[in-house]
Each structure stands twice: as structure tokens, then as C-alpha cells.
Design a protein around this ligand. Structure first.
Ligand SMILES: [Zn+2]
Length: 431
């Protein structure tokens, strides 16, 4: 495929061009490759790598704007969400429906890879039944053509049960993959307790053992204000002290949120090689504060971007959250330039997932990309169309989206599924 006549092509943070981009099947072609196949006219458009949403809770897509979850402390939010889950019942049908709308929504917004940190597992669920929940999510993403990272999370789960489930999910969904990624790169598995505020040392250790056995990435949430408060109350220590003691600060670990971190903690995270996920579209409405992203980056920490789930951020619109991240960054340090935030939403997120082939458009990269039409009135007068992706036209959507060389959104329409049918499939679960 050839994308022809682009206004700008953002290959990576350091490289931009204009004109044509050639894809060779599922990857970006090497320089000098002969174009073959379809020509997609992208004049008047900016081409960027596909967005990588590093932190979502897809099941919450069926529970957006739930009464009793806005403007309340975490201690009220959690039981309100949990009560809604148990009224509906966490089933493969719910998982499939919620994941379908979450992934479809993401694709329509330019998210080509989403990490689903799934935290809600019914107590006493046999490992085989937990596989069915994971499989429903994985199948939904595969059918729609989006890349999925399914994170076997835990939130007050029995540690051994969580580990047995994680092991069974790996065996069932990735029987012959190494490093936790399927051969075609469309499915990745990872593990991650919700945080030290909810899960004991044993959960971190047992899930960490599964990760070590299969080369999976580890992901958790840390230093939302509530996490710090509970850790101090329960253990007399701050969350990162506990994570360090429990062997959960390392280059394979990504920490989401990090709203309340000290300068000393930032230095320790950098030394440990930990990566971070910024999620302002959750942290701001939840009242947790704003992660000091500029300071994290200056310290050498790779920062990605995530939306978090529908229970706190009712949209899976990562570009909108990139705009928010840029806008609020100046309140807690130096304002982040648009290109740096775009880099976080692409390569930064991908690095935390250990996926070198994602988040950029250098030769050999995965052919995951977005085509943003900047020829309309909302972008008129914009001097810098790449920076304008964030500064101008809030709520913008990509005209075309390609994942692994396959067009999944064309002229603003989902082509891999019927969006109206997907939306209807969730409606019956709304309580
Ligand atoms: Zn979260």
C-alpha cells in the first residue's frame, strides 16, 4: 500500500517528512521499496504512528457515568462500581460486549493498541472460567483488528488463585509464544495487581513468578493519592518502598498514575529503569492530582499515556487525553511540547509494553498508523500541523486508521465491525 502526498509524516520524535509512505504488508517498507497495491490519497493529512493506550480497563466501558461514581472519594467509588458489576454479573458475554465497544471506540479515535488492565475477577472463579473471560476480550479485539495487551490484574484476589488463572490464560491464549506476545503481534499478555492499596505482597510475588516464567511484562498502579494514604496507614510506608521490597521496581515494570511522587522517589524510579503511564483523563476528574511528567522525563523515565477506564474517564479518546496532558502539564512543571506528548502516546506507551516495533513509523515498524485530515476549518490557520493535532480541533478523529497494514477505519467509519451493533450489545448490560 502507498499513502500518497501527506502534508506531514511523523515517523518518530526526531524524524518528520512529507509526501509518500510505503507499507510492505504488515510493516513499514524499507527505503527505496517499490510501491504495490492500493494507493490511499492522504493529501491534506498528517500521518502519525497509531496511538498506544497504555492503561485502560475495558470492562468499565459498560459502566460509564454510573450514578455515585462522580466527585466521590475512592472509598465510595470502588464499592459503587463493584455493586454494579455484581448486579450485571461478570461473564464472557459482558467482557466481549464491553471490550468490543472499547476497542472499536479506540480504533475510531486512532488507538491501534490498547492495554486492558482487567482487575475484576469473581472470587472463587475456577482458572478455566477465568480463561473464558480473557478469551472473550481477546476475541473481541482480534475480530475488530486492534492490538490488545490483556493484563491479568488482581484486586483483593486470592494470590494463588490469581496466579493459577494467569498461568492458565497464558497456556490457553499464547501456547507457543515467547515474551508474552503472539507470533502476529496482535495479542500480548501481562500481569498486574491493582496496587499496594488493594493487594498483598503475596499477590505481587505470585503474579511476578508467572511473569518471570513466561517473560511477561508487569504492570501496576501506584501513588494515586489514595494509594499513598492507604500504604502509610496499613504498612507505615509509601507505595514505592513496598514495591521495591516486593521486587516490583525494574525495567519490566510500568507504573500507572504516579500523581504523588517525591523528587527522591523519581530518582529511585529512574535508577530502577521503571517506565510510567500518565493518565490525566482519570487522575484529574478523580481529584488525584497531576503526575509531574516533565520531572519524570527529565530524570530519564520513559512515560506513556493511558486513558484508564470508563468508571473514571468515560472516553477512550487517547488524543483528547494527550491534549489534556499537554494543557495541565504547566501546572506542575514545564509545559510539555505537543510533539513530546504525541511521543508519549505512541513510542512511550509502546516502550513500557516492551514493543519496539510499535509507536513509530521507521522502516520495519509495524504498519500501525493514523491519517488525520487537517484541511478543514478547525485546522485552518494552524502554522504547525503536527503540533496542531493537539492544540487545535479538540475531539478530532482520524480519517483512516491502519493496523498491521489493514485498513480498520476508512473515512471515519469502522470497517471491521458494525459500530451500531456493538453499541447495542452493551446496552442490555447498562444498569
Ligand atoms: Zn487505572
Amino acid at each position: 500500500m502507498i499513502l500518497s502526498n501527506a502534508t506531514a509524516i511523523l515517523h518518530d520524535a526526531a524524524t518528520e517528512s512529507s509526501g509518500d509512505l510505503i507499507l510492505d504488508g504488515a510493516v513499514v517498507a524499507e527505503p527505496g521499496a517499490k510501491p504495490a497495491g492500493e494507493t490511499l490519497d492522504v493529501s491534506g493529512c498528517v500521518v502519525t504512528p497509531g496511538l498506544v493506550n497504555a492503561h485502560h480497563h475495558l470492562m468499565q466501558s459498560a459502566f460509564r457515568t454510573l450514578p455515585g461514581t462522580r466527585g466521590v472519594p475512592m472509598a465510595e467509588w470502588l464499592p459503587t462500581m463493584a455493586a454494579a458489576y455484581s448486579r450485571v454479573g461478570i461473564s464472557p458475554e459482558l467482557m466481549r460486549a464491553a471490550a468490543s465497544v472499547g476497542v472499536a471506540e479506540g480504533l475510531l479515535f486512532g488507538v491501534t493498541t490498547v492495554a486492558d488492565h482487567h482487575l475484576s475477577w469473581p472470587a472463587g472463579l475456577p482458572a478455566e472460567a477465568s480463561v473464558a473471560l480473557a478469551r472473550a476480550t481477546a476475541e473481541a479485539a482480534r475480530e475488530l483488528g486492534g492490538r490488545l495487551v490483556f493484563v491479568r490484574g488482581a484486586a483483593r484476589d486470592d494470590p494463588n488463585e490469581a496466579a493459577a488463572s494467569a498461568e492458565a490464560i497464558v497456556q490457553a491464549l499464547l501456547p507457543d509464544a515467547s515474551g508474552g506476545v503472539s507470533k502476529d503481534g496482535m495479542l500480548q499478555l501481562a500481569v498486574g495487581p491493582a496496587g499496594v492499596h488493594s493487594d498483598p505482597r503475596e499477590s505481587f510475588e505470585r503474579l511476578g513468578e508467572v511473569a518471570a516464567r513466561h517473560g511477561l511484562r508487569r504492570r501496576t498502579q501506584a501513588n494515586e493519592q489514595v494509594d499513598v494514604a492507604i500504604a502509610l496507614e496499613k504498612y507505615g510506608k509509601r507505595p514505592l518502598d513496598l514495591l521495591e521490597e516486593w521486587g516490583w521496581l525494574g525495567p519490566d515494570v510500568t507504573l500507572a498514575h504516579l500523581c504523588d511522587v517525591t523528587d527522591d522517589e523519581i530518582a529511585r524510579l529512574a535508577a530502577a529503569g521503571v517506565t510510567a503511564t500518565h493518565a490525566p483523563g482519570c487522575d484529574v476528574p478523580m481529584g488525584w492530582g497531576i503526575a509531574p511528567v516533565a520531572a519524570l522525563r527529565v530524570a530519564g523515565i520513559t512515560v506513556g499515556l493511558g486513558t484508564s477506564g470508563g468508571g473514571s474517564n468515560d472516553a477512550g479518546h487517547l488524543l483528547a487525553d494527550a491534549r489534556l496532558a499537554m494543557q495541565v502539564s504547566g501546572l506542575v512543571g514545564d509545559q510539555l511540547p505537543a510533539r513530546e506528548v504525541l511521543g508519549m502516546a505512541t513510542a512511550g506507551s509502546a516502550a513500557g509494553l516492551g514493543r519496539d516495533e510499535l509507536g513509530h513509523l521507521r522502516p520495519g515498524a509495524a504498519a500501525d498508523l493514523c491519517v488525520w485530515d487537517v484541511s478543514g476549518v478547525a485546522d485552518a490557520g494552524v502554522a504547525d500541523p503536527v503540533a496542531g493535532l493537539l492544540w487545535a480541533n479538540p475531539g478530532r478523529r482520524p480519517r483512516h486508521v491502519i493496523v498491521a497494514g489493514r485498513v480498520v477505519v476508512r473515512d471515519y467509519e469502522l470497517v471491521t465491525g458494525d459500530a451500531a451493533t456493538l453499541a447495542a450489545s452493551v446496552r442490555k448490560f447498562v444498569v
